[in-house]
Design a protein around this ligand. Structure first.
Ligand SMILES: Cc1cc2nc3c(=O)[nH]c(=O)nc-3n(C[C@H](O)[C@H](O)[C@H](O)COP(=O)(O)OP(=O)(O)OC[C@H]3O[C@@H](n4cnc5c(N)ncnc54)[C@H](O)[C@@H]3O)c2cc1C
Length: 474
């Protein structure tokens, strides 16, 4: 009998798992994919929103502002990249300026640090902004984060503190029983006193397994272009369009690794599996982005991707308990990432109303830091190489990642098991060559570390082999 079963290891499930790992509870998190954070939590704008956008009085407003502040401590404890570069929401017309003032008022009511700045200051701060810009809403506490690292780090720390993780298990049924629930997966059955539904775009289905109050979550797709890092100066803040009924609109933003994101679109799709991109949508994104900046160096585009928002008709987060002991995290679309630390705290309070929460004596909030060899000064690199020559063997030239870092990310709790798993943790494959040079090397390291043939190494989920079989002899 588990005390708590969490459905889904995205940023919400992993945050709650880590928060619960502080207490003497037996907690299990079940994820259908081969890795944590492989759905919406790895396909978003990666902005730690400052909290001026949600309508005051909503759950989004309640959780975004405090959540975004909590990242400073969280990222220190877990060694996650966070840069508070600030955001600028750009108005290019009188009509947009009226909306900007509404956002400013929301910001003040939500407790945020916000300011409306005029053309001159805007241009000094962001020389690449469109000449048509009239003014902007400046939110200095907004940030950018590495969302891949975030979910892995949360889960690793949760596991270091005793949480169990089961990957490649899809929950197919939840039945209320006396004193708890029977959770059925495609591999087995588990009993738990409390179940927390953090299944993202599938959270409606999970709710409907156990609750009579049926819920619908509609996937709303957002497509992006990714630009490589390049030496010339470019935007240094997150530039937002003025939001519309479809969401926050297209942005142009640096990432924590010096790449740039252009996007996202916002269109409903019928399938929770629809993660493709298409030329007309991408063309439209670029047109929208030209309303923010006069230049977009499209020659640096290295990738396109899309993510699915978990849209609930209320437009708000829905955090409730329709059946005693069953807790829903529904409709956690943007600013879900920015709000996640506060959502995690709220979840613990709800669990505390159901189970006794006794703090563990040896709870460790810290994760062993990553090596990040390319950020070390030469002497420190040399010292590290002297302890282990793998740190001198470069496997990814674009992102400057060594074999030592790849091996380390496989050997940790919640370690990488696939090529994408390594990419998300330490970045080989994120650069200009998109894995063309490093993928065979990563495959070999994974094969050695996991004791498998190279043709049994997955790109991501089970069965996504890159090599199928040998075509020649040894
Ligand atoms: C285009 C886009 C841009 C965004 N930009 C931002 C932003 O800049 N800032 C921000 O704050 N927020 C942003 N968001 C929102 C943010 O990404 C989400 O709120 C957040 O990632 C949701 O996390 P989650 O854990 O709820 O969902 P997910 O990450 O989708 O995790 C749910 C998990 O549940 C698993 N699961 C589902 N069904 C089952 C089952 N039956 N059995 C087992 N496991 C199951 C899934 O495999 C998945 O891993 C954006 C979202 C999108 C789509």
């Amino acid at each position: 009998m588990y005390d708590v079963i969490i459905v889904g290891a995205g940023v919400i499930g992993a945050t709650i798992a880590r928060n619960l790992s502080r207490y003497s509870l037996r907690t299990l998190i079940i994820e259908k994919n081969s890795d944590v954070g492989d759905e919406t939590s790895c396909a978003n704008s990666a902005i730690v929103h400052a909290g001026y956008d949600p309508h005051p009085g909503t759950l989004k407003a309640e959780l975004n502002y405090p959540g975004h502040l909590m990242f400073s401590q969280l990222c220190k404890e877990l060694d996650i990249e966070l840069k508070r570069i600030g955001s600028l929401t750009i108005s290019t017309s009188e009509e947009e300026s009226a909306k900007l003032r509404e956002l400013y008022d929301y910001g003040i009511q939500n407790g945020c640090e916000v300011e409306i700045i005029g053309q001159q200051r805007l241009r000094e701060m962001e020389p690449f902004v469109t000449k048509k810009a009239v003014e902007a809403l400046w939110a200095p506490t907004a940030g950018i984060i590495n969302p891949f690292e975030l979910v892995v780090a949360l889960m690793e720390n949760a596991m270091d503190n005793g949480v169990e993780l089961r990957l490649e298990e899809k929950i197919t049924g939840i039945a209320k029983e006396t004193g708890g629930f029977m959770v059925t997966t495609d591999k087995g059955e588990y009993e738990a006193r409390v179940v927390i539904n953090c299944a993202g775009v599938a959270s409606g289905e999970i709710n409907n397994m156990v609750s009579d109050k049926k819920e619908t979550i509609r996937p709303r797709k957002g497509e992006y272009y990714v630009l490589d890092h390049f030496p010339a100066p470019y935007v240094t803040h997150t530039l937002f369009s003025v939001p519309s009924s479809k969401g926050k609109g297209v942005l142009v933003s640096p990432t924590t690794h010096g790449n740039y994101l252009i996007g996202p679109s916002s269109e409903f799709t019928d399938s929770a599996e629809d993660k493709g991109t298409d030329a007309p949508t991408l063309k439209n994104i670029v047109e929208q982005a030209y309303r923010l900046v006069d230049e977009i160096p499209m020659q640096y585009v290295i990738r396109e991707f899309s993510g699915l928002r978990a849209y609930h008709d209320s437009g708000d987060f829905v955090i409730n308990s329709p059946v005693p002991g069953f807790i829903n995290m529904l409709g956690i679309q943007s600013p879900g990432l920015a709000s996640s630390p506060a959502i995690g705290e709220k979840a613990v309070k709800m669990v505390g109303e159901l189970l006794p929460l006794q703090e563990k004596a040896g709870w460790n909030p810290r994760r062993r830091p990553l090596y990040r060899v390319n950020t070390l000064p030469v002497e420190k690199r040399q010292a590290l190489i002297a302890t282990n020559p793998d740190f001198g063997q470069m496997v990814c030239r674009c992102e400057q990642v060594t074999k030592g870092e790849v091996v380390d990310c496989i050997r940790r709790n919640c370690g990488a098991r696939s090529i994408k798993g390594v990419k998300k943790r330490v970045r080989p494959g994120f650069g200009k060559c998109q894995g063309g040079f490093c993928e065979p090397l990563i495959m070999r390291i994974l094969a050695d570390e996991l004791g498998r043939d190279e043709n049994r190494i997955n790109y991501s989920n089970r069965g996504s082999f890159i090599l199928m079989e040998k075509t020649k002899g040894e």
